[in-house]
Ligand binder design. Structure first.
Ligand code: AKG
Ligand code: FE2
Length: 262
């Protein structure tokens, strides 16, 4: 987890590459034109510089209702990248690279565009509390350092900004699909005392109402079924009924879990 090293470009993905070669939960080169990433960050900056009244005109209380932006080039490019990454992850699990291809094709992509103003006392505040993303894969772009990933020892590791690289994180859906072989990444965002920070998280999931279950191929005597089914829609209900600080949705899906929410 969080190796923070550059690996390979998207152009050279091959089906034989292993997870660590790919740098999953890490920083990767990706083959997406720098003009697309720059444009996405410019659009984000432009949005956050707009007066509040203008932003309110675009507001919606329904996460299913998309807001139109000019991030199309970048959004499409990361959608393609995530499909390649899914193939590599499935292969690393011993599944066919085209596993769930149809569902992935009809899946959802949510672009979370975050702005963290500079904070004179960053140690007294947190940009985004610890959480894991629900989807299968998150591809994240940041203009300044601030993302931290929890390592295997429960310590926070800062993810550096590497020029022309993106951050890849596995989400809860991949933990379920892999029957726990892979764990979703717990991460948070911290604040900077002088710099305003922008990040764009592209969260990729199967379709909103698709119930996700562990791949039957990964369930056997040594690896009993460890998760109940859940969908992106169920996750959104969980979010509206629970405080993000009190627990993660993935914990409610774990079989024999002691924690029970709602
Ligand atoms: O700003 C960041 O680096 C993290 C964003 C994030 O975790 C999210 O939007 O889910
Ligand atoms: Fe996140």
């Amino acid at each position: 987890m969080a190796e923070n090293k550059e690996t390979t470009s998207a152009g050279s993905f091959t089906s034989a590459m292993t997870l660590s070669q790919m740098g999953i939960n890490s920083v990767i080169n990706h083959g997406i034109p720098i003009s697309f990433t720059n444009e996405a960050l410019d659009v984000a900056a432009e949005f956050f510089n707009m007066p509040n009244e203008t932003k309110m005109c675009l507001a919606s209380s329904d996460v299913r209702e998309p807001v139109r932006t000019k991030m199309g080039n970048y959004a499409k490019a990361v959608h393609e990248l995530h499909k390649k990454l899914m193939e590599v992850v499935f292969e690393s699990l011993g599944l066919r690279p085209d596993y769930l291809q149809e569902d992935i094709e009809h899946g959802s992509q949510v672009m979370a565009v975050n702005c963290y103003p500079a904070c004179p006392e960053p140690n007294l505040a947190l940009g985004l509390p610890p959480h894991s993303d629900y989807g299968s894969i998150t591809i994240l772009l940041q203009n300044h350092q601030g993302l931290e990933i929890m390592d295997g020892n429960g310590k926070w590791q800062s993810v550096p900004v590497i020029k022309e690289a993106l951050i890849v994180q596995l989400g809860d859906q991949m933990e379920v699909l892999s029957n726990g072989r892979y764990k979703s990444v717990v991460h948070r965002a911290i604040l900077n005392s002088v710099k305003k920070r922008l990040s764009i998280a592209s969260l990729h999931s199967l379709a909103i109402d698709k119930k996700v279950i562990p791949a039957p191929e990964l369930v056997d005597k040594q690896h009993p079924l460890s998760y109940k089914e859940g969908s992106f829609g169920d996750f959104l209900h969980f979010l509206s009924d629970n405080d993000i600080l009190e627990g993660r949705y993935i914990d409610t899906l774990k079989k024999n879990a002691e924690i029970e929410f709602m």
